[in-house]
Design a protein around this ligand. Sequence first.
Ligand code: FES
Length: 112
Amino acid sequence: MINDDNFLPTPLCSMEALPDPGSKGFVHQGQALFAVRQGQQVFVYENRCPHRGIPLEWVPDQFLDSSQRLIQCATHGALFLPESGECVAGPCAGDYLKARPCHISNGHLWLD
Ligand code: FES
């Protein structure tokens, strides 16, 4: 029998701590993650570019391009759709960032 207590959701941050539009990096249980906010929609991904397997950002918490609409890898400029993590331009076009399920509740962002 599985003990559900081991699978409780974990809060990442308050929604007030997430700029809109904007992004924020986290280290959660030893894993580098980042969140992207667009209005009331938030997406969480592992902070690992599918091109070289390295972190996407050079400046802390800056994961978006200058338009604030696309996720950008700082190393070679790959661009990703926030809603799916699909790379739409750059050396890993067609690959995907690895998404982490999340939800918003009580003014906080939670990992599922
Ligand atoms: S490491 Fe991200 S585009 Fe090359």
